[in-house]
Design a protein around this ligand. Structure first.
Ligand SMILES: CC(C)(COP(=O)(O)OP(=O)(O)OC[C@H]1O[C@@H](n2cnc3c(N)ncnc32)[C@H](O)[C@@H]1OP(=O)(O)O)[C@@H](O)C(=O)NCCC(=O)NCCS
Length: 179
């Protein structure tokens, strides 16, 4: 049965720490072979905690939305407004925890983070990077109307480089607009 998710804006240190732990769990579950074992089995939690605390300390902090199933963090997404003069705002770190997948939550998180971009930068295009081998994520972005713009190597949080794809939308309102 589909969970009853509540999606809200994430702020503050408690949210930062919860997202950091979930981020580490999601990468351990799905990025084995993309990121190094030394990183996934080692400093990932501390490194993610430092990253999310630093993000939430920025003024303004990048818009971040988190989905909760009762007290469990089920997923999250973050965006960086007008990050690139050509490609526009970047969506980063869309994650749905393993037990909550295939219930439409990534779709809802993408639409919610897109609505934050509609509020702040409605006429600016949106892009993101996804690893070439990450078929579920590619399928998710394609289902939301993302267009493949280019293929290029990307360096991950652990310094490992892997082939990646840039997906784009002409505006934030175009994300998932097809139904
Ligand atoms: C990619 C991810 C966010 C998708 O989350 P999700 O909540 O399961 O996605 P949704 O349920 O919203 O799926 C939307 C559509 O995307 C496609 N899709 C999603 N996962 C898929 C899969 N494993 N295989 C094929 N298609 C898939 C389907 O078209 C799906 O629609 P459907 O279920 O009606 O067929 C999730 O698998 C995840 O967190 N993966 C690990 C982290 C990650 O790779 N993040 C992306 C970083 S770029």
């Amino acid at each position: 049965m589909a969970e009853d998710f509540v999606i809200r804006d994430a702020t503050g240190i408690a949210d930062a720490d919860a997202i950091a732990l979930a981020h580490a769990e999601s990468w351990r579950a799905t990025y084995r072979g993309i990121l190094s074992d030394a990183y996934l089995d080692g400093p990932i939690e501390d490194e993610r905690r430092r990253l999310w605390r630093a993000r939430f300390a920025e003024v303004p902090a990048p818009p971040t939305v988190a989905a909760w199933a009762d007290d469990a963090l089920a997923g999250f997404a973050c965006a960086f407004i007008r990050e690139d003069p050509h490609w526009g705002s970047r969506i980063d770190n869309l994650h749905v925890l393993p037990k909550f997948k295939r219930q439409g939550l990534a779709t809802r998180l993408m639409r919610t983070i897109a609505s934050r971009l509609v509020d702040t930068a409605p006429d600016v295009p949106v892009y993101l990077w996804v690893y070439d081998v990450n078929a579920p994520a590619r399928a998710t972005y394609e289902s939301l109307g993302g267009m493949l713009a280019e293929r290029a190597p990307r360096t991950g949080a652990d310094g490992t480089a892997a082939p990646a794809l840039r997906y784009t939308w002409p505006t934030p309102a175009a994300i998932g607009a097809g139904g």
